[in-house]
Design a protein around this ligand. Sequence first.
Ligand code: CO
Length: 134
Amino acid sequence: MIGRLNHVAIAVKDIKKASELYRSKLGAEVSEQVPQPAHGVVTVFITLPNTKIELLEPLGEKSPIQAFVDRNPDGGIHHICYEVDDILVARDKLKSEGARVLGDGNPKIGAHGKPVLFLHPKDFCGTLVELEQA
Ligand code: CO
């Protein structure tokens, strides 16, 4: 059911510092910072030949990643994102098999302008999984 690995997301306290690390030390192609107030994060995308890295920094007082960054002051892998052909078909199949979809269970428009949803980490090997409609 799942397709390509769309991205691995790393949450950090200082996205400017993290961007610079990827740009200068690792020699990667790093995007500008994009504030996403609706999601409570600032994002930077790093384009690799086979996938992307999404850097996330908390934005605003109710950022959904603030607690994670507080627990992981050096930063940490926050989620991985797999592509699916049809997000509603994928959701309904997973729900019928007992997987928990976070939030109200409906896809939201993610950082790439495509529908996404998140699956409970306890149901997927301790990893927060994002599904994005390809
Ligand atoms: Co993501």
